[in-house]
Write a protein of this length. Structure first.
Length: 299
């Protein structure tokens, strides 16, 4: 699939004329950018009429979707972030109008740097046009970057981690559609960014520097909220897959800590009917992988 396909795909009707099949629409609500005062409408995804066909859930709690015979490939995450089409300031919908006043000037001044960095990492994007897969990945990168402007009460670090993880997923889909373009390498970089931010978010919470309470929905994807325990799981999973292994002694200790965290989750899961089944299943799988890794260390 071409990553430049927009929000309309076409089929031939009986008169051999092209009829658009819409997969998104512009919300009636007008958003005003708090940074540059641009007014725009957020693009929203249409979900009915068989557009989304749920597929498997990955070990990173990312929901995959099957290709629709009528609408093609659709990526819900591409439409989540709010991005000002003028200055490219981005965040979640709830936080978008609430950037701290003392950061607005800095966010405005950084606009040219944001655009230059996107062009250097990805390519040029037009956010006045319908979202593409590429624009969706860029939107999550911009969210990750723009939460630097938010104060601790917004829980910016955990939101940066989730945005980095979502960007990595969209980039992986780009690699599936355009293999050999080094998107796979870029996806791994974003997963490592996600690991850094998620681990830092837990450290900040433990030290009292930044609570996680401002994050209402942990996701990490948009089909289901796995809550705080899902966030713990994904943090430990990213640590296992992409953590720093330069000091093998420290790495072994980190794995042992991760194993204990997962074991605690098991104990809660056995007595809690509210915990999602898939999360328990994937936590047990990760627990077994770490146990084997620790056994290999000791042999």
């Amino acid at each position: 699939m071409d990553t430049n396909v927009g929000n309309e795909e076409f089929i031939l009707d009986e008169n051999k004329k092209k009829t658009p099949l819409k997969i998104s629409f512009l919300s009636k609500e007008v958003l005003d950018c708090p940074v540059c005062n641009e007014s725009f409408h957020k693009e929203e995804l249409l979900t009915g009429s068989g557009r989304l066909i749920a597929g498997p859930l990955t070990d990173e709690l990312h929901r995959l979707y099957e290709t629709s015979a009528r609408y093609g490939d659709i990526y819900p995450l591409a439409y989540q972030a709010v991005v000002c089409p003028n200055c490219w300031f981005a965040s979640s919908l709830d936080d978008f109008p609430n950037i701290p006043n003392d950061q607005k000037e800095q966010a405005f001044d950084d606009g040219f740097d944001r655009k230059d960095d996107v062009i250097n990492i990805f390519s040029n994007i037009d956010f006045y046009k319908p979202r593409t897969l590429l624009a969706g990945a860029v939107s999550q990168y911009l969210v990750m970057r723009c939460y630097d402007y938010y104060s601790p009460e917004f829980s910016p670090t955990v939101k940066q981690g989730i945005a980095a993880l979502r960007a990595s997923w969209l980039i992986e889909h780009m690699d599936e559609n355009e293999p050999g373009q080094h998107w796979d390498w870029l996806a791994i970089l974003f997963k490592r960014k996600a690991r850094f931010f998620c681990s830092r978010a837990l450290q900040n919470e433990a030290s009292g520097k930044e609570a996680l309470s401002a994050l209402k929905i942990f996701g990490p994807d948009v089909d289901k909220n796995y809550g705080y325990e899902g966030f713990l799981y994904i943090t430990e999973f990213l640590e296992f897959k992409y953590g720093d292994q330069s000091d093998m002694g420290a790495w072994r200790e980190k794995l042992a800590d991760t194993k204990r965290t997962l074991a605690k989750m098991f104990g809660l899961g056995k007595s809690s009917k509210s915990k999602p089944g898939p999360l328990l299943e994937k936590s047990r799988k990760l627990y077994d992988l770490i146990a084997k890794e620790l056994q290999d260390f000791d042999e």
